[in-house]
Design a protein around this ligand. Structure first.
Ligand code: NAI
Length: 262
């Protein structure tokens, strides 16, 4: 599938790395333009250097609405307007309800949930000026199902999914579409856990029907589709992209019962 992004410009939070960077790259390689809004200046500027005509970097902490407004203003100035946002900035943090430091809970909710809300609040006035546009919020399979010891992340990502529904309802009449994308296990710096826990990685891979981890490009391609006119009737929903990871009841030994049942 090839999508032509000529004449289109996007805000991409978390666009300096992983899924966000793969999305920025796809947009640029297909004639589009983007503002990378990220705290990682070095990686963001390196990506801009590859496509200097089509990309801009704005050092942006998504927990600050004013910084997102400034990133949008930069994009509108540079490209003559903005057609959408891909909200990919995020992080995970392990901890249960009783053992997670309160500051950690607030940090995850701030970045993964408030950051999405602020980015949407900043972009919508620009989309109105264009007569509409598209928002893709990168949520997670962890917003659809629970994980052990992932309390804040599960809460934040589930909230992003339902927030995306209300976003679509409130702004659909303005020709603004909003979709939540829910990746499973994607190989990015986020999942390259230091001192890697092989057992965890094996559990993940064992649970994936396709038997492989996803790549950031897999998610970028879905996101590009959702931004494109080909997805013009898709809004207010979540789309899981997980290689079949979320389709299991986690009973891999069930077939061993074959032959023992009358
Ligand atoms: P990544 O770590 O490669 O990229 C995340 C980017 O967000 C980084 O460039 C980082 O600098 C930026 N960021 C973090 N805090 C920020 C802040 N306060 N303000 C602005 N930028 C900030 O991670 P990845 O894997 O690309 O994750 C992207 C999104 O996808 C996240 O929302 C993550 O929760 C979600 N996701 C990732 C999955 C995976 O397996 N990699 C699975 C499901 C969801």
């Amino acid at each position: 599938m090839q999508i032509d992004f000529s004449g289109k410009a996007y805000l991409v939070t978390g666009g300096a790395s992983g899924i966000g960077a793969a999305t920025v790259r796809y947009i640029a390689e297909h004639a589009g333009q983007a503002v990378i809004a990220d705290i990682n200046t070095e990686a963001g500027e390196a990506l801009v250097a590859e496509f200097p005509e089509q990309l801009r970097f704005h050092h942006t902490d998504v927990t600050e609405l004013t910084q997102l407004e400034a990133a949008c203003a930069l994009g509108a100035d540079a490209f003559g307007g903005l057609d959408g946002a891909v909200n990919s900035a995020g992080l995970g943090s392990l901890g249960t309800t009783t053992d997670m430091p309160l500051e950690e809970w607030h940090k995850v909710i701030n970045i993964d949930l408030h950051g999405v809300f602020y980015a949407c609040r900043a972009i919508i006035p620009h989309l109105r000026q264009r007569g509409g546009g598209n928002i893709v919020n990168i949520a997670s399979l962890s917003g659809v199902r629970g994980d052990h010891g992932f309390a804040a992340y599960n809460a934040a990502k589930a909230a992003v999914i339902n927030y995306t529904r209300t976003l679509a309802l409130d702004h659909g009449p303005e020709n603004i579409r909003a979709v939540a994308v829910c990746p499973g296990f994607i190989e990015t710096p986020l999942t390259a856990i230091p001192g890697s826990i092989d057992a965890v990685r094996k559990d993940w891979l064992d649970a994936i029907a396709l038997g492989r981890a996803g790549q950031p490009e897999d998610v970028a391609l879905l996101t590009a589709f959702l931004l494109s006119p080909a997805a013009s009737y898709i809004t207010g929903t979540e789309i899981v992209i997980d290689g079949g990871m979320g389709s299991s009841n986690n009973q891999p030994n069930l077939p061993k019962l074959f032959g023992t049942m009358g």
